[in-house]
Design a protein around this ligand. Structure first.
Ligand code: ZN
Ligand code: ZN
Length: 364
């Protein structure tokens, strides 16, 4: 078993290095590098974007500005407010039950958490929203199941909101606009009707790639039953049935507490990682590098890098560092299930740090 894991790690490392050299920016950059760092200042932005020419819907559009005038009156979605409150009350009771839970129940909840977060990070986020790599059918099936376990809207809706978030960051067309405060960007946006600009701009995004993907449309069609089974029934029944956990512990710890944790950790990317941290790659945008958020989300907290280079499959400059999602994708690549991973070259990153960074990067 250990040999198998070690072999996988070695193979993945090999694949990582090969990917960095094969899918990086086009060749003139290497010449620029040789001519010295001074030259790097002049590397134009468009070079960074050419590594994924097929997708532009997640690229920041600085020309879009909010219209003047007051916010429209908030319309509360009471169904969501009540359900979210009940879930969080249940999660608090789950916390109380943790010390009296069986070890396997806690382990089960943890594994379920890790798989759900991977379904969001490697699935809805890096694969389907940003198209930063390609995945073969078995991996896509795993990711769609993991994504359904996480219950954060189906992949199609998640990706539409997320592409709008990148394209119109920090405007009213950004579904969780962090300029409206921590609470709004964390969870408040799910408790009120969407701003008209989100509907208008989000509705115009090109989602044809996802509409054409049968698996994504299948998840969307059967989403309610999928969520009921994978986010609520299965995680509750397994501890109860398989190792004799009480029904109460199974429901409140493995289901409500685990689900509430998964949600809040993911939401921290939209709230904390847009408010707290350094901006070594682009000081002109709000998203920040927040390693603590990366711990919880398994690698999604390097958010200044990610918004600067949304087409990079690692969503970070630092490889596997606090980023098991990248490790997972690399392992899948070693197994032949993931391929065509897009990676921004070191040269382009350094050029960008020099041009727009806040000076906090160690190279600066
Ligand atoms: Zn963001
Ligand atoms: Zn993103």
């Amino acid at each position: 078993m250990t040999f198998l894991v070690l072999g996988l790690v070695k193979a993945a490392a090999k694949m990582t290095s090969s990917c960095t050299t094969t899918t990086t920016i086009i060749s003139p950059l290497s010449e620029v590098m040789q001519k010295g760092r001074e030259k790097l200042k002049t590397v134009p932005l468009y070079l960074e974007e050419d590594i994924r020419p097929e997708m532009k819907e997640d690229i920041y559009d600085p020309s879009y500005k909010d219209e003047e005038g007051p916010l429209p009156k908030l319309e509360y979605v009471w169904r969501n407010i009540i359900l979210m409150s009940l879930l969080h009350l249940g999660a608090v009771y789950g916390l109380v039950l943790v010390p009296s839970s069986k070890f396997y129940t806690l382990l089960w909840a943890f594994v379920y958490y890790v798989v759900s977060i991977t379904g969001i990070g490697a699935g809805a986020h890096r694969l389907w929203s940003h198209r930063t790599y390609k995945a073969r059918l078995p991996l896509r099936v795993f990711l769609i199941i993991a994504n359904t376990m996480a219950f954060q809207n189906d992949v199609y809706e998640w990706s539409r909101d997320h592409r709008a978030h990148h394209k119109f960051t920090e405007t009213h067309a950004d579904p969780h606009n962090s300029r409206r405060g921590f609470f709004f960007s964390h969870v408040g946006w799910l408790l009120v009707r969407k701003h008209p600009a989100v509907k208008e701009k989000g509705g115009k995004l090109d989602m044809s790639d996802l509409k054409a993907e049968k698996l994504v449309m299948f998840q969307r069609r059967y989403y309610k039953s999928g969520v009921l089974l994978l986010c609520f029934i299965l995680p509750t029944l397994v501890p109860w049935y398989c190792w004799g956990e009480t029904f109460l512990h199974s429901l409140y710890v493995a289901t409500f507490l685990r689900y509430a944790l998964t949600l809040n950790v993911t939401w921290l990317v939209n709230s904390a990682a847009h408010l707290y941290g350094f901006r070594p790659y682009d000081k002109n945008i709000d998203p920040r590098e927040n390693p603590l958020v990366s711990v919880g989300t398994l690698g999604e907290g390097f958010h200044n890098y990610h918004h600067t280079f949304p087409y990079d499959y690692a969503a970070s400059e630092h490889g596997w560092h606090i980023n098991s999602t990248t490790f997972f994708i690399d392992c899948m690549a070693a197994l032949g299930l993931a391929y065509d991973r897009k990676k921004v070259s070191k040269a382009a990153v350094l050029a960008r740090i020099k041009r727009t960074g806040d000076g906090s990067h160690k190279s600066g």
